[in-house]
Write a protein that binds this ligand. Structure first.
Ligand code: GDP
Length: 445
């Protein structure tokens, strides 16, 4: 059986570094470690949770480093774990690993340490996904959201819902055993009210996915406006370096240029679009089509007009294209405008002096992410959103069944909802789902 074997891997990232960590987990971890480690302190007992300096023997060479033993079940995997902290050269770490293999460990597969932690009941499936989110997180918000998931915030919410469903199912079973028609009718009424209350709770989680998705993938921003209003220059300002090509010839930003910035800890993916005009040039037409595609996919658009020239029909055409989107309307080149521009812009900017750029950033945040509590939990994983959606659909069917069906049939949908929720915690997740999740990890985690 898989869990009987000891596994080993380098836990630190490949490449040279100050320190590298080789990790061994399993029944023989301690035995293997003792064969390749000599503590500097004579007769030192290899007590758990203590760092011991000493010689690590790789067989063909030695290193001087540290070793630590985590005793089962109080370790990351729930098994005996030993870590060697050696000097951070790839050859050194690989040599130590090879020695652990020679002494009986086998190579860990992707995410196998965490998978063992899950199988040994150290964390839920959602919590393991939180760890992956933290490791892969590109923005602070993503790391924070991953941490909440890792901390079982979602799992405890889901478990509370499951407990209530279990309670309802027990009530259903009891009524089936002692059927009395008028009591059953009253029971169904109460059950319906309980199910509706649960759907309400599920609804709050489901609604949070809008924000969660933006936190995980980033907010998509389309910068739109007629040619020469300063879109590329503004993008450069926002990015803080010259990425988009700036040119004074109208219509030369032919492609969407992407750059990413962080606002309030959240990732914002910025797209510059070619100006919308009646293009005769084929290449420019392609650019305009692309702009329209970007606008469609964008969470928020920045509409840019030139405050130093007249607002024209072409500006209105761009605005029209943005209808239905949250927009931050800006009048740019304010440095060229002497008198206070009488406009309905949200913010007046200058890509040259940087005026208004901070306000633009906070407006972008406000219009896309909005207010959110520091510790507010939200769904960031599509898998969780889908499982909760299916659970909600089962509950909706159960509510409907309350009108026409007997208790035992209603119970089937309630049980189905329980199972859907179990996919999040891992209780009812099948092997394929579990394997898919851990395949996203790196070897050594
Ligand atoms: P795009 O076609 O909308 O991307 O416009 P560009 O960013 O290429 O800018 C067009 C011209 O306007 C360039 O010569 C820029 O240097 C200039 N420009 C852009 N923003 C400003 C601004 O805020 N103030 C001034 N004075 N010039 C600007």
């Amino acid at each position: 059986m898989l869990l009987n074997e000891s596994i080993a891997a380098i836990a630190t990232a490949p490449g040279r570094g100050g320190v590298a960590i080789v990790r061994i987990s399993g029944k023989n971890a301690l035995e293997i470690a003792k064969k390749m480690f000599t503590p500097s302190l004579k007769n030192a007992a290899f007590e758990p949770y203590r760092m011991y300096p000493g010689q690590i023997d790789a067989g063909t060479f030695c290193d001087y480093g540290l070793a630590v033993y985590y005793k089962a079940p109080n370790s990351y995997t729930g098994e005996d774990v030993v870590e060697f902290h050696c000097h951070g050269g790839e050859t050194i770490a690989r040599g130590i690993l090879k020695r652990a293999f020679a002494l009986g460990a086998r190579s860990a597969t992707r995410g196998e340490f965490t998978k063992r932690a899950f199988l040994n009941g150290k964390l839920s499936l959602a919590s393991a996904e939180g760890i992956a989110d933290m490791i892969n997180g590109e923005s602070e918000a993503e790391v924070k959201a991953g941490y909440l998931l890792y901390n079982e915030k979602l799992t405890s919410g889901v478990k509370a819902l499951q407990e209530k469903l279990t309670e309802l199912l027990a009530g259903v079973d009891a009524s089936i055993d002692y059927p009395e028609e008028d009591i059953e009718e009253q029971h169904i009424e109460e059950l319906k009210a309980d199910l509706l209350a649960l759907r309400k709770k599920l609804g709050v989680w489901l609604a949070s996915y809008g924000t969660g998705k933006k936190i995980k993938s980033g907010v998509t921003v389309a910068i739109c406006g007629k040619p020469n209003t300063g879109k590329s220059s503004l993008l450069n300002r926002l990015l803080g370096y010259d990425k988009a090509i700036v040119s004074s010839t109208a219509g030369t930003t032919r492609d969407a240029v992407e750059g990413t910035i962080e606002i309030g800890g959240v990732k914002f993916n910025l797209y510059d679009t070619a100006g919308v005009r009646n293009a005769s040039d084929e290449i420019e037409k392609i650019g305009i089509d692309r702009a329209q595609t970007i606008v469609k996919a964008a969470d928020v658009a920045v509409f840019v007009a030139d405050s130093s020239s007249k607002f024209e029909e072409e500006d209105s055409r761009v605005l029209q294209m943005l209808q239905g989107k949250p927009i931050v309307k800006i009048f740019n080149k304010i440095d060229l405008t002497k008198d206070d521009t009488d406009s309905d812009a949200d913010v007046l900017t200058s890509a040259v002096t940087g005026e208004g750029i901070e306000k633009l950033k906070s407006l972008l945040f406000e219009k896309s992410v909005g207010e959110r509590g520091e510790d507010a939990a939200f769904l960031i994983e599509e898998r969780h959103f889908n499982a909760l959606t299916r659970a909600d659909e089962s509950l909706a069917r159960a509510v409907l069944a309350c009108e026409t069906e007997p208790l035992d049939l209603i119970g089937i949908d309630v049980k189905q909802a329980w199972d859907e929720l179990g996919e999040i915690t891992g209780e009812t997740a099948n092997e394929r789902i579990i394997d898919e999740i851990f395949a996203k990890f790196c070897v050594g985690k």
